[in-house]
Write a protein that binds this ligand. Structure first.
Ligand SMILES: *Cc1c(COP(=O)(O)O)cnc(C)c1O
Length: 231
């Protein structure tokens, strides 16, 4: 099923790109494999998928170990605690969920220690939801400026998790706002800051995110099926 699902999602991404006059190559699919077994990741890899997203450091590292024979690119998309930065930096090609300057400073320390430059995105709580992590929109420019001083941290762009909604079209405004924020920061461009990557859109709203400029969409359940959490 994973293979068929991927084919379908890729077709939908292509379609959404066509409709908004964008190049298909400008939108990367991150397959969100959290809670799903390594075997399913292997299946997706065999169907041509190389980039995977996990929201827990522990789980990402365990799967990385199990699948080390495959050239997989790992993305950490969930909240990162300071005490897990070392492990996260050792595996993640990109950390999407940097939500404080202090966390970026911790990433700097660990990246320097292993002589790596860590790609990151700043998570923005665009809809100002109480339950969500992320910078408030008005904090992002200042944070980007501070983080751009860290030599082992490469700020690549912004990420958001839009609210859950029955009507995904409603999320277009949040995607547009994230894009505008990136464009504003980019146009100032005082400190060589580059925030071209926009990680936004999930299973129920990725086409709306693409229409608003997403360069990475994070799709889980449409590829791997619904997740079943232990109660
Ligand atoms: C789980 C998760 C996704 C994927 O969600 P689906 O609705 O299953 O596509 C995307 N981004 C983040 C941050 C997630 O935690």
């Amino acid at each position: 099923m994973v293979k068929e699902n991927l084919t379908e999602i890729r077709a939908r991404i292509k379609d959404a790109c066509l409709k908004s006059g964008r190049n298909t190559e400008d939108v990367r699919l991150i397959a969100v494999s959290k809670t799903k077994p390594a075997e399913m990741i292997r299946e997706a890899f065999e169907a041509g998928q190389t980039e995977f997203g996990e929201n827990k450091v522990q789980e990402m590292c365990a799967k990385e170990e199990e699948l080390r024979d495959l050239p997989i690119t790992w993305h950490l998309i969930g909240h990162l605690q300071k005490n897990k930065v070392r492990k996260a930096v050792s595996v993640a090609a990109m950390i999407h969920s940097v939500d404080t300057v202090e966390l970026a400073e911790e990433i700097q320390k660990e990246a320097l220690r292993i002589n790596k430059v860590q790609d990151i995105l700043l998570e923005v709580n665009v809809a100002a939801e109480e339950s969500k992590f992320g910078f408030r929109p008005e904090e992002v420019a200042g944070a980007a400026k501070a983080i751009s001083q860290l030599p082992n941290v490469r700020l690549c762009g912004l990420m958001t998790v839009a609210p859950y909604t029955e009507n995904p079209a409603e999320n277009s405004v949040y995607f547009a706002e994230l894009r505008k924020l990136a464009v504003d920061i980019q146009s100032e461009n005082k400190d060589n800051i580059s925030v071209c990557c926009l990680s936004m859109g999930m299973s129920n709203d990725f086409e709306y995110a693409i229409a608003e400029g997403a360069t990475m969409v994070r799709v889980g359940s449409l590829i791997f099926g619904e997740r079943h959490y232990e109660k």
